[in-house]
Design a protein around this ligand. Structure first.
Ligand code: SF4
Ligand code: SF4
Length: 377
């Protein structure tokens, strides 16, 4: 295993992190539980192979992930870094809820402290209204002083440009967890900014949540060299970015643990030249797509909550990279739950704000309809 500097935290983190959101589960009469034996085996194997970062969250695996992780890492707790996340949705109504969630997580993890405690999946509004407005940042600093958490972290789901606001306004964020993979590089600039500001950066979805790898044959097409399986390219690409400390993978099987550990421990990581070549080739391929949305997010927020960049990104997966099945499935998930994800173009009131702000001068409304027709077919 290779280890990297984790921003200014003083920690050395393994290049591969274990995302504990897809642990093996069993369901009996509508009640879910985690298969503890398999979890012990997988996390134990990961530790033996050098993985030292284990990331859970309050709601993972039907609320059972933290307890299962706590049990599995018990024999080597002091040798690893444990990460978990505080829910930031409607369930967090007042300042004291932060401490309540933290104490529950500590109890479930069966530990006196958590190494990295995240404000979970925040956006600009949650940051302004809750973290700053409600005084949660002060709560986090107090918990740190008391030794309950060692580092203050956040994970992020919003328009990319808000990352700068969060890092600069809070001033005490130590690590950041963001989506980053070969096909979704929209956070690249802000990842570099975070690294420059001394934050450690963990990439989630390095191989697209375990489902999405680069299309077969892509590596050869891009580099002219015979390769490596597509997931291997995807993981090596993420780790080739010097601003990423750790690629977090939601591993589900022992085989996945071993394969990912081998790739992450590869003595010949993607070098700078190869990385730049692939990044450029991906951009070139994308430019040949008829719809060139850079994912900049300037068209957001839409007053009707239409997630334009996301819908266009799915179309790029479909149209440019040939990930038809993945794109259709993701679109169906988006459409099935507007409250959680956002609306489609039928909610558009033609205010024109998005098109005015788009640097690519895209005819957004027209394109949205086309994209939805193709993905929904
Ligand atoms: S024109 Fe439609 S899609 Fe664009 S910002 Fe207005 S409501 Fe949203
Ligand atoms: S549609 Fe335009 S403004 Fe919106 S993310 Fe794409 S390129 Fe940026």
């Amino acid at each position: 295993m290779r280890y990297r500097k984790f921003g200014n935290t003083g920690e050395k983190i393994s290049a591969l992190g274990f995302g504990c959101m897809r642990l093996p589960e069993v369901e009996r009469e509508g009640v879910w539980s985690v298969d503890q034996d398999k979890t012990d085996e997988m996390l134990g194997e990961a530790f033996a192979l050098g993985v030292n970062y284990f990331d859970s969250a309050y709601y993972y695996c039907h609320d059972n992930s933290e307890a299962a992780v706590g049990r599995a890492v018990k024999p080597f707790r002091e040798k690893v870094l444990l990460s978990t996340k505080c829910p930031m949705g409607d369930e967090l109504k007042q300042r004291g809820d932060y401490r309540r969630f933290l104490e529950t997580s500590l109890r479930r993890l069966d530990t006196d402290y958590v190494d990295f405690y995240h404000f979970w999946a925040i956006n600009r509004r949650v940051f302004d209204e809750k973290i700053m407005g409600m005084g949660l940042l002060e709560e986090a600093l107090r918990a740190k002083e008391e030794g309950l958490i060692r580092h203050i972290s956040f994970s992020f789901h919003d328009e990319v440009q808000h990352i700068r606001h969060i890092i600069d306004t809070a001033g005490v964020m130590e690590t950041m967890l963001v989506q980053y993979n070969l096909l979704d590089r929209s956070h690249e600039e802000m990842i570099a900014y975070a690294a420059e500001k001394g934050l450690g950066v963990v990439a989630m979805g390095p191989v697209g949540g375990g489902r999405l790898a680069a299309p077969a044959g892509l590596y050869e097409k891009l580099t002219g060299k015979h390769s490596a399986a597509s997931y291997e390219l995807a993981l090596r690409f993420v780790l080739g970015n010097p601003n990423i400390s750790c690629a977090l993978s939601g591993m589900e099987t022992l085989e996945m643990v071993r394969t990912n550990a081998r790739v992450a421990g590869n003595e010949e990581p993607m070098d700078e030249q190869e990385w730049a070549q692939i990044a450029q080739a991906m951009d070139e391929i994308k430019k040949f797509g008829e719809l060139y949305c850079t994912g900049c997010g300037y068209c957001q927020p839409c007053p009707q909550n239409i997630k334009i960049p996301h819908l266009f990104q799915l179309y790029t997966y479909y149209n440019v990279y040939g990930l038809t099945e993945y794109a259709r499935k993701a679109f169906a998930e988006y459409r099935a739950d507007p409250a959680q994800h956002g609306n489609l173009s039928d909610a558009c009131v033609s205010c024109g704000r998005c098109e005015k702000k788009c640097p690519q001068r895209l005819p957004i409304l027209q394109e949205l309809q086309k994209v939805e027709a193709v993905l929904g077919a």
